[in-house]
Design a protein around this ligand. Structure first.
Ligand code: NCD
Length: 307
């Protein structure tokens, strides 16, 4: 049972907690294979999604997970809520508490917004992506998918390639994978690497051909143009020529390597269509596993604690 109220990031989560989430997710994954996908784990609980940024997978995944476990779900569309009338995040949170929310799942463009909310509400807060900081449930579903394929993390070589600087997915994976004993290499042009990368216990490279050699996991990341100022790379075509994950480059990875991507994918930019749709790709299984991982997290935070 998780002893915490909230799940805000993997930086402050222990290896034991990650193991507990992944173990329960494996049980939840079996529920998804049943023809009747239903449990009563969260009967009577109320789960609210509060997304200040766009999302397809993450929001639907959380809502599906909550619904499968019989929670009631409410989705707040920020564009049509009182946020656009100037209400503060804390006031919005206190009102959701007053509506008897058991969990608030928040995505926000400001790093730290979920932490501020968590300090001010009674409900459990789950970070569904805050600015450039963390996206813990994405990293947990990525780790679940790796464990499903390789059985353990010890000695696993994970290469994360792409726009590391703007990626909360990369940061959460680095914190989590390091705790589990995998070795992480990040690969990007220097303009797309964050300043603090040297302190994150990863191998840093700007040569994709070199660092892909012998990799067990090759994870591509989207070029986050909406968070960038101009000039971080010359052109999309040139970026693809030097940093695109294509079939030729992938042949240098380990023979059993898997290809991952958190989505949304920009085909032909960070990855070629041949790789996205190829035999080694687990991009869609990642999405299915995401539902199981989020079921596990909701159950550990809500059902087991307060039941
Ligand atoms: C990511 C995100 O929003 O951080 N997507 C996701 O949640 N699956 C990555 C991205 O936007 O590129």
């Amino acid at each position: 049972m998780l002893k915490r109220k909230d799940l805000l990031g993997l930086k402050d989560v222990t290896r034991e907690e990650i193991e507990e989430i992944l173990a329960l997710a494996a049980q939840m994954r079996k529920v998804l294979d049943q023809s009747a996908k239903k449990t009563t784990d969260l009967q009577g609980k109320s789960v609210i999604t509060l997304f200040y940024e766009n999302s397809t997978r993450t929001r639907t995944s959380f809502e599906t997970a909550a619904k499968i476990m019989s929670a009631s779900t409410t989705s707040i569309s920020v564009a049509t809520s009182s946020v656009s009338k100037g209400e503060t995040l804390i006031d919005t949170g206190k009102n959701l508490d007053a509506i008897c929310a058991d969990a608030i799942i928040i995505r926000h463009s400001m790093s730290g917004a979920p932490h501020l909310l968590a300090k001010n509400v009674r409900a459990s807060v789950i970070n569904a992506g805050d600015g450039l900081n963390e996206h813990p449930t994405q990293a947990l579903l990525d780790m679940y998918t790796m464990k499903e394929h390789f059985g353990s993390f010890e000695g696993l070589k994970v290469v994360i390639a792409g726009d590391i600087k703007h990626s909360r997915v990369a940061r959460s994976n680095i914190w989590g994978l390091n705790k589990m004993g995998a070795s992480v290499t990040v690969c990007a042009p220097k303009t797309l690497l964050p300043a603090e990368i040297d302190k994150m216990n990863v191998t840093v490279s700007s040569n994709l051909d070199e660092c892909i050699k012998g990799a067990n996991v090759v994870m591509g990341l989207r070029m986050q143009l909406e968070r960038q100022q101009a000039g971080l790379f010359p052109s999309v075509a040139e970026y693809h020529a030097f940093y695109g994950i294509d079939a030729k480059r992938l042949r240098n990875a380990d023979g059993d390597a898997i290809v991952m991507h958190p989505g949304p994918v920009n085909r032909g930019v960070e990855m070629s269509s041949e790789v996205i749709d190829g035999d080694q790709s687990v991009i869609l299984p990642q999405v299915t596993n995401g539902v199981a991982v989020r079921m596990a997290i909701l159950k550990l935070l809500l059902a087991e604690k307060r039941g």
